[in-house]
Design a protein around this ligand. Structure first.
Ligand SMILES: [Zn+2]
Length: 75
């Protein structure tokens, strides 16, 4: 007859916890990476009237056209 020893049960629990931790770690890492890519701040250059975007939640970004530093647009 098939019988589970304490060591086998402990091993299975250990493997399950290991995979759970790895799963949560990679899921959160990918989510963070995706959010950083998704969130873009929009800027409007007051010098040359150019609209552009920058990744993340930056408050200041340099205009790619003229190099003037502008404040993020707030809606
Ligand atoms: Zn500009």
């Amino acid at each position: 007859m098939f019988e589970f020893s304490t060591a086998t049960v402990l091993y299975c629990v250990f493997v399950a916890i290991t995979f759970l931790v790895l799963w949560i770690y990679y899921d959160r890492r990918d989510h963070r990476r995706f959010e950083l890519e998704r969130r873009k701040s929009t800027f409007h250059c007051i010098r040359c009237d150019h609209l552009y975007g920058a990744p993340g939640r930056a408050e200041l970004a340099r205009c790619p056209n003229c190099g003037h530093e502008n404040v993020r647009l707030k809606f």
